[in-house]
Write a protein that binds this ligand. Structure first.
Ligand code: PLP
Length: 389
């Protein structure tokens, strides 16, 4: 298969996969949670992995300048961002990277801001680092245009929290599960407020490569000098190129003071990443563009397919077209599926989604559907919801 054409394998093949998505449920359950894609990986990544395995080149990770160089190449090409590669550090995954960064820049008990509904592990990372969570939730605007993301963040409310003695704002940019891409103006304002109130911004940009063509993604560290003073970006090739199991992420700063802070990270943060992950990620950023563009076409098709299937079979489900990534955030309130719709759908419909309440208490009637799969599986998933109602 070439990188100009990707197709998810049959359900029977997918059921032989070893990942959590495919092992986490009974065999009769159609699984659409867990943010990984069902598509075959990019050819250059397959080649580097095959070569390293063939050479038994599976030792500890040492120096890997190819990774920072690859990321800088991708960032320049896609986001016109010129990255200082001397400020790119390696970690084993985004979760570990955020936790290790928080350990360096906070003290237990410090206040950290999130914006719910948000990627469920944000809550775990905050518990792990014993920080005090503050939440300024997104609100859903009544105006829902086709490609307009309806979710709004009240930056005046965010400023009030900044002013009340906040240490860190953990930003999910682009936002999972809302599929929302921050505007440059929003990020510039966040950076200005952070500087004014002495807040640090940790921007989780793992979904950024998966931004749809009509939308522009702005890396936080590229929006202003002020952002470079207050910000740290944590990102990876793992989401964009579907290699999460290989365990590699990067931590990026672009200011001298921030670099000095991050130099306090234990050296082991680098060595705990996997050698396969580091070289696969370097290859993804440097040579994975064709595959990524092909996958984005599939995802683009699928984000509208989800809309069409719902319109046809379940018109009372609320869905907005995501601007980024492959996660559909479905409001199932009108289906009356009880306190935990995802549990009802699993039990009665034999179809699995991520439960809305894990992203924020106000989202209990939502589920997150992963549409990085085949149209057949999506069709079957919607049929299974419809059969439950
Ligand atoms: C926003 C966000 N951050 C981090 C992760 C996980 O990254 P990692 O596996 O590198 O810890 C995910 C996975 O879905 C995610 O959506």
């Amino acid at each position: 298969m070439s990188d100009s054409h990707v197709q998810a394998p049959s359900l029977a093949k997918l059921l032989t996969h070893h990942s959590e998505k495919w092992r986490g449920f009974d065999r009769d359950v159609l699984p659409l949670p867990v943010a990984e894609m069902d598509y075959p990986i990019a050819e250059p990544i397959r080649a580097v992995l095959q070569e390293m395995v063939a050479q038994s080149d599976l030792g500890y990770l040492g120096s890997v300048p190819e990774l920072a160089a690859g990321f800088a190449h991708f960032a320049a090409e896609r986001w016109s961002w010129s990255v200082d590669t001397s400020q790119v550090k390696v970690a084993s995954d985004v979760g570990v990277a955020v936790v290790e960064v928080l350990r360096v820049i906070t003290q237990p008990g410090d206040k950290i801001l999130i914006n719910s509904p948000v990627y469920q592990n944000f809550y775990n990372w905050i518990n792990e680092t014993r920080l005090e969570k503050i939440d300024v939730p997104f609100t859903r605007s009544a105006i829902e245009g086709e490609l307009n993301n309806p979710w709004q963040l009240d930056l005046d409310a965010v400023e009030e929290i900044y002013a009340s003695g906040l240490r860190v704002h953990l930003l999910c940019s682009p936002h999972n599960p809302l599929g929302r891409v921050y505007s440059k103006d929003e990020l510039v304002r966040i950076a200005q407020m952070a500087k004014r109130y002495n807040v640090l911004v940790v921007s989780d940009e793992i979904h950024a490569p998966l931004t749809f063509a009509e939308q522009q993604f702005f890396p936080f560290l590229a929006v202003s000098e002020t952002a470079r003073e207050v910000g740290i970006t944590v990102t990876a090739a793992s989401k964009g190129w579907n290699i999460a199991g290989l365990k590699c992420a990067i931590i990026v700063s672009q200011g001298d003071e921030m670099k000095a802070k991050l130099d306090q990270l234990p050296a082991a943060v680098h060595f705990r990443a996997s050698i396969l992950g580091a070289f696969a990620s370097a290859t993804a950023f440097a040579e994975g563009g064709t595959w990524l563009d092909t996958v984005m076409k599939e995802l683009d098709h699928n984000r509208f397919l989800v809309r069409d299937l719902l319109r046809e079979k379940l018109p009372m489900v609320r869905y907005h077209i995501p601007q980024n990534s492959y996660l559909a955030w479905l409001d199932l309130t009108a289906l009356n599926l009880g306190e935990n719709p995802s549990a009802t759908l699993l039990e009665k419909g034999r179809v699995a989604f991520n439960a809305g309440h894990t992203y924020g208490a106000q989202s209990s009637q939502y589920v997150r559907l992963n549409f990085a799969t085949s149209p057949e599986i999506l069709n079957e998933a919607v049929l299974r919801i419809a059969s439950t109602v």
